[in-house]
Design a binder for this molecule. Structure first.
Ligand code: FE
Length: 131
């Protein structure tokens, strides 16, 4: 990316339109449509924007909400949590710390051991199979 260019234009070229909408415009994919919702493989979920390692398949669970759900990030330092007051709700937004891409939200109704539910757009993730 050229230093003079607008950073968002670079993302537009790099990402698919739906990925751009979610990661850069804080969109939400339709529930039960994401390609990784039912993915049960062993591996790591990476940021679709920058490749940062965000979630492990070990923390994935079926929340029934229609979005890939995890009870914890793979590395707490790779995600940023931010209060989100949009849409008449108070929620906690989950962002990729490296590229500042919007990933989804985290809620307090997840399973043990954390009680957290990281509700993440499939479009914001790439799956990297282990081995
Ligand atoms: Fe990223």
């Amino acid at each position: 990316m050229k230093p003079t260019g607008k950073p968002e234009e670079g993302w537009k070229k790099k990402l698919q339109p739906e990925q751009y909408h979610i990661l850069r415009e804080k969109g939400t994919e339709m529930p039960f449509t994401g390609k990784l919702l039912h993915n049960k493989g062993d591996g790591t979920y990476l940021c679709a924007g920058c490749g940062a390692e965000l979630f492990s398949s070990e923390a994935k669970f079926d929340s029934g909400t229609g979005w890939p759900s995890f009870y914890e990030p793979k590395n707490r330092e790779n995600v940023e949590l931010k209060k989100d007051f949009t849409q008449g709700m108070v929620r906690t937004e989950v962002l990729c710390k490296k590229c500042n891409g919007h990933l989804g939200h985290v809620f307090g109704d997840g399973p043990a051991p954390t009680g957290k539910r990281f509700c993440i757009n499939s479009c914001a993730l790439e799956f990297k199979k282990s081995k």
